[in-house]
Write a protein that binds this ligand. Sequence first.
Ligand SMILES: Cc1cc2nc3c(=O)[nH]c(=O)nc-3n(C[C@H](O)[C@H](O)[C@H](O)COP(=O)(O)OP(=O)(O)OC[C@H]3O[C@@H](n4cnc5c(N)ncnc54)[C@H](O)[C@@H]3O)c2cc1C
Length: 377
Amino acid sequence: MNNPDFLIIGGGPAGLMAALAASDFGLKPLVIDENQKPGGQLIKQTHMFFGSKAERAGTRGFDIGIELAGEMEKRGIETWTNSPAVGYYPDGTPACRNSCYGELLWRAGTVAVLRNGQLHGLKPKAVLAATGASENFVTFPGSDLPGVYGAGAVQTLMNVYGIKPGQSVLMIGSGNIGLIVSYQLLQAGVKVKAVIEGLPNIGGYLVHASKIARAGVPVLTRHTILEATGENQVTGAVISKIDDKWQPVKNSEQKIECDTICLAVGLTPLTEILWQAGCQMNFVPELGGQVAWHDELMMTSIPGIFTAGDVTGIEEASTAMLEGELAGLGAVKYLRGESKELQIRIDDTACRLAGLRAGPFGQKAREGKCKLKECRR
Ligand SMILES: Cc1cc2nc3c(=O)[nH]c(=O)nc-3n(C[C@H](O)[C@H](O)[C@H](O)COP(=O)(O)OP(=O)(O)OC[C@H]3O[C@@H](n4cnc5c(N)ncnc54)[C@H](O)[C@@H]3O)c2cc1C
């Protein structure tokens, strides 16, 4: 048994920023992550980030990951890698007695963590679920053939393990992930035959779309995949135009020869831990599906359990970092009480987060968060 005050599940940008913010105010968090090194999605992001300079725009994702992990190490914040949290068991024991929230509401739980082949039962006083998201899949005839991948998985293969997924790719989905991974495939010497998109417009930033268009990759909007062809592995795909009811347009089928099909069709928050803890969950399509209700400091309906980053709504690393920071500060407030210095930092972080979401690209998240706020039961 090892009982940290503040356990952070997930060492992506949200979890690492939460740990650093909490440590600024004297907490000693423990971060656990199922991967070999901390950084979450950042470790595979070779492109420079967009957005505000104040939130590291212009820096490559993996450099941000290295910077955050380096700061963690410098401060001696304990991080367990290769350590998935495999379950949360509410067990009815009082967790935290000096909470500034007054009445003790949270009945502590045990987080089961698998580490070095052993199951550890951790009983923290506060927990942050910063578990990120998983890739969505679509099914079509042949979608179970070897050679059909999630685009994020392809990015991991190439940029973390140095393995090309194939020689020629059809990308499904023109959001930022589809566009960025297409460009990175081109950089790795893989031919991208086309990017297809069901909607009438390209979903991602124009700057990413322009890069692949300049390299001669067609982006076909209002198109879908009908089937993947091949006996034992993908050898091609049949695509077709679709009408405004998403029905295939007759005689518009095209065959594309390729050995890899990448699906970049969205992400779904990874909320299992929050469900197991009994947090109030709400379906908010703008945030990517079922997410846990949370307050301004990222605390869920269960005092002491926090959530931040993609698991609370699919956005970006920049917003994940600021939500993580707020959750870390929220844990300080929950465990140690209020202070003027803490409130100044909370206000500053909340203001930067609102600033990031203020533009047109933040509209979906803004609407989703507003909806979620109103769901409190
Ligand atoms: C191709 C691509 C390009 C992107 N480009 C940009 C960009 O230009 N700018 C930008 O701001 N954002 C970008 N993003 C988005 C950004 O990467 C994510 O929004 C961000 O990483 C979310 O951070 P997070 O900490 O919430 O989750 P993640 O980064 O996903 O981290 C979650 C971590 O938790 C771990 N975990 C999950 N479950 C468990 C468990 N049970 N036990 C232990 N560990 C667990 C995961 O393995 C992971 O390491 C991009 C994403 C992709 C895929």
